[in-house]
Design a protein. Structure first.
Length: 595
């Protein structure tokens, strides 16, 4: 018999265990549109010391918990929200791969389970069953499918999960003895003691509250000897305004004020660092199956002026629909940001990484309101070209996804927040294989990718975006153990998976869900081996760690002849790459769907 333990977060006096049959009769907690059984258990007892406490039930957190349990560790998985699985269950079903053969271990195992999931014809309600994915994996999937797989993994390994229990943000949130964390404290007064800790949150809250060094924003190129970091006015590659779009409320009149979405401050000098971070969005799960589609509604408090840049962009000749819908099974999409004005509300998230929960919630609400208004606008507003309106109107939110959240994704895409400054900092040179570090715990390979960071007024008096970088790594690269280790003198029993140690541009490649799973497995393996051998994380025998990772199918090295170092094309600034400078005929619209 196996079960997943979902804890209520109010302390109770008596421990209650329910078997699999009985829990189905009890209250349920709704998470990401999937029903999870609600077990009642007191997990705040002062004498309980877990081998491993994991904060953040992201993909990295779930994989870490499962691996720790498989290695015989007692572990608990604490999630500050009601949603488990992070972006993988939150709408990002078009997996960001890069070089697929670099993905191994439990990360690959997750996608293999998805392929098995879709072999069941009953899972194909809105289209004929078909083979999904290549070889033994399925890289494209519905949010509910990912949730089903994660739920199964947690159940199989009896992982206790606590939902809606947020870490205290401040000095009272983490208790330390010397350089070691002894316990963490949540807003509800719950105390979780542990021997080892993993921060698997996107924000890096546990890391920061433990006093570990971190960075927010872009570093100057000079900090780590890079070429793609810092402000990128001359190197922004894509997702820009192709024509002249006036930034002022009254066109041509700066005194009338600037339009919403345009930043008034000086954008800064190219390649210098700043405090800004790349934009967030919700990855919408849409469908064109009428019986399963919820039409886009005009949100309360809708302000037309917020979309004036969109209208002017169309009037300047743009005729492409500003979205990137990847097709998923059952006629659903993973819909991402695309072109100059799209689902990213650029610039509203600068304070998110270090913000308190109230501030973060207000940013999430603003982003949700913006995206809901955008979708309604694209489908209905008369200033949107008729072919665009006609196409967008075919689509709506998938009614059978995120059912407890009005079919809206339960997780925003936190593309970047805090980044630890750990024992080793990954940089562009690592991603290009100019430098190859020792002690690999996995590999990455995706493009060095940053979404736009700011929207400013050029010297010509038009609006333009800045910050998008999309540069191939040319193949896989190794990720060393030091990237998930804080500096020894700051914390010696913590591992950090998602807010790991990397520069802005290197993180742009590493920050993909399969890699977070890889790091989750490796972190849990390291913690478990350290406990088993009674050694510190920083003293852990790497040959022992490597042996275990390889035994568990983790892929640690690359073919160095096949993938040589990829040197930068040039150290000199390039002219901005304009897209479709000439006015675009407005007779039709450009529609892109990726199967």
């Amino acid at each position: 018999m196996f079960s997943i333990l979902i804890f209520i977060t109010q302390p109770i006096k008596k421990t209650v265990y329910l078997n699999r049959r009985d829990f189905l009769k009890t209250t349920t907690i709704l998470s990401g549109g999937f029903l999870l059984p609600a077990y009642l258990k007191s997990c705040q007892s002062p004498e309980k010391i877990w081998d491993l406490v994991i904060y953040g039930a992201t993909s990295a957190g779930i994989i870490a918990a499962v691996k720790a349990a498989q290695m015989g560790c007692s572990c608990i998985l604490i999630e500050p929200s009601s949603h488990i699985g992070g972006l993988t269950t939150g709408g990002l079903g078009a997996t960001d791969l890069g070089y697929a053969d670099a993905i191994g271990g439990m990360s690959r195992g997750f996608y293999q389970r998805l392929r098995e999931y879709y072999k069941d014809d009953a899972k194909w309600k809105y289209e004929a069953p078909k083979i999904v994915g290549a070889n033994d994996t399925s890289w494209f999937f519905e949010p509910s499918a990912a949730m089903a797989v994660y739920k199964q993994m947690l159940e199989e390994n009896n992982i206790p999960v606590v939902l809606n229990d947020r870490l205290v943000l401040g000095s009272n949130g983490v208790n330390k003895r010397g350089n070691s964390i002894t316990s963490i404290v949540t807003e509800k007064g719950n105390v979780y003691q542990g021997k080892m800790f993993i921060d698997a949150s996107y924000e890096g809250d546990l890391m920061a509250m433990a006093g570990v060094s971190f960075h927010v924003g872009r570093e100057s190129n000079s900090v780590y000897g890079e070429t793609l970091n810092g402000i990128q006015k001359v190197r922004t590659h894509y997702h820009i305004f192709p024509g002249f779009v006036d930034p002022y409320i009254e066109p041509g009149n700066p005194k009338s004020g600037i339009l919403p979405g345009v930043h008034g401050e000086e954008p800064g000098k190219d390649f210098e660092g700043d405090h800004r971070i790349q934009a967030y969005c919700y990855r919408l799960c849409l469908t064109d199956v009428e019986e399963n589609s919820i039409p886009f509604e005009k949100p309360q408090g809708y302000e037309e002026l917020e979309y004036e840049l969109l209208f002017r962009n169309f009037e300047a000749g743009e005729n492409r629909i500003p979205w990137l819908p990847h097709m998923m099974p059952n006629r659903k999409t993973d819909t991402n940001n695309r072109w100059g004005f799209s689902t990213n509300k650029i610039g509203i998230n600068y304070a998110y990484p270090n913000g308190n929960y109230g501030l973060r919630e207000s940013i999430l609400a603003e982003q949700e309101h913006f995206q809901k208004g955008l979708m309604w606008t694209l489908a209905n507003h008369p200033r949107v070209p008729e072919p665009v309106r006609r196409e967008v109107k075919k689509w709506g939110l998938a009614a059978d996804e995120f059912t407890q959240n009005g079919s809206w994704p339960s997780q925003i895409y936190v593309r970047e927040a805090r980044r630890m400054i750990g024992e080793y900092v990954m940089t562009e040179n690592d991603c290009r294989r100019v430098s190859i570090a020792d002690q690999s715990i996995g590999m990455g390979s995706y493009t060095m990718d940053s979404h736009n960071v700011q929207r400013y007024i050029t010297r010509m008096g038009c609006v333009q975006n800045e910050g998008n970088i999309e540069v191939s790594t040319g193949g896989p690269y190794v990720i060393p153990y030091g990237c998930i280790l804080p500096k020894r003198h700051e914390c010696d029993n913590l591992l950090v998976t998602c807010a790991m140690s990397a520069s802005h541009i290197a993180f742009g490649s590493i920050r993909m869900e399969p890699v977070f799973m890889i790091l989750g497995q490796s972190a849990a393996t390291a913690a478990s081996l350290a406990l088993e051998t009674n050694s510190g994380l920083h003293e852990l025998s790497y040959p022992r760690l490597k042996e275990k990772l390889l035994a568990d199918q983790q892929r640690l090295d690359l073919d160095r002849e096949k993938f040589p170092a990829l040197l930068p094309e040039s150290e000199l600034p390039r002219e901005r790459k304009r897209i479709d400078n000439e006015p675009i005929a407005a007779k039709g619209c450009v529609v892109d769907y990726f199967d």
